[in-house]
Design a protein around this ligand. Sequence first.
Ligand code: XMP
Length: 513
Amino acid sequence: MNNELVLVIDFGGQYNQLIARRVREHNIYCEVISYKTPVAEIKAKNPKGIIFTGGPNSVYLDTSPRMPKEIFEIGVPILGICYGVHFLVYGLDGVIGKANENSAAEFGRTDCIFDTDCPIFEGLREKSVVWMSHNDYIEKLPEGFTAAGHSDKCPYAAIANNEKKFYGVQFHPEVNHTEQGKEILGNFLYKVCGCKGDWTMENYAKTAIAQIREKVGKGKVLLALSGGVDSSVACALLSKAVGDQLTCVFVDHGFMRKNEGDEVEAAFKDWNVNFIRVDASDRFIGKLEGVSDPETKRKTIGEEFIRVFEEEAKKIGKVDYLVQGTIYPDVIESGLGDAAVIKSHHNVGGLPDCVDFKEIIEPLRLLFKDEVRKLGTELGLADYLVWRQPFPGPGLAIRIIGEITREKLRILQDADYIFREEIANAGLDRSINQYFAVLTNMRSVGVMGDGRTYDYTLALRGVTTTDFMTADFARIPYEVLEKASVRIVNEVKNINRVVYDITSKPPATIEWE
Ligand code: XMP
């Protein structure tokens, strides 16, 4: 990859990924790296610019994240944001004061006046709203710096050293609440760093295809295809790159949504790709007989998935490369410490131990989710695959509470299908990030015709979220819920009651098991 590169140096702020996304939205490739990365390594990457992120610390504490002074000597433009500007000032021998001693702290919407002669504010309105979040403040500028913006409380809301091309802002240009944030970042990237903007999905696809061809040569490539966005896009990319050297194995565990197995198969029939659909539903249902504990279900499915995949891989013979759909947030987030295990996630990413191969190819590891989608569209993948909502590896097995039977599976598939159809009919399918039905293990009394019923309760779930780590329940209009509910009790046998889940995450999770 020989794109122009901007480095975001991570000082522990909450918006670091967002900064990287904002840079990429300007068509410039960007990586997030730790402040602990040696300066020589940073220099060797030959970045066009560097951005120091915010962070929760005070720069003058011994324990705070700092970099060696050499970072200021490699001749690359720097933009410091919040903690990043404090570090810039501190590192160049200016002074950072504690805000609570003279009440210079600012949080939230703040009016700011910019010096529009400063390159990062060129062409902007002089006064606009910015988003502040700081206790400490810049008390004394380092040599060579001047003020480039101020607010009521903050004389140095922005600072500049044009000669060295070092800039800093006390506020967060990356958040939407900062009115001209996009333009400020754009000015830094294009006017100060001299970027041209060569990061487009068209370029990415071309380069990735060339690189994969070079790496793979005449070798065989195996991909575990789930039909989810990431593995589908990886498949499209690999098939363009190496054609019939690629084999995709789609393990159909039988817990897909209604018609989904057939849809995935149909979608990949048109591609120049060896596609194997393994119908393993009997095998999976058999293994889950009598199992009602959620974690046991998850582990049993994950384990069996690996066994089936392993058997198929053996049939194909010696495989040189295995493809994984790792995406950029997984790369950044890995190794951040031990989070508590809430659920044992199963997805096709957990395969490498079981197959004898030479190397793993991760063609999406540089991309954010929205970029993966753009790439999918660029490669000509069908819209419904590109825009599929996330679907858990264990599928509907963890949306049937308690023991799974074929009958319950049928009920859930039919009900879930209706709910999804009604959401799409209402035009809500892209604004609600995930929506599905759950078959509870509870039955209750109802009346249908003139007779008593004693049937299952179905729960509907819809959430809005950006990262799926936290989520809010979706405010689906009552009319849409009503339509779905009426259709479900009328069209799906054995459901006589429908409820809507109005809990957010936390304290609930998105899935019920
Ligand atoms: P929870 O239920 O933990 O789900 O709030 C967060 C997101 O992850 C999806 N999910 C999974 N994805 N394998 C996956 O690939 C899994 O085992 C799994 N379990 C949950 C869930 O659908 C939601 O988008």
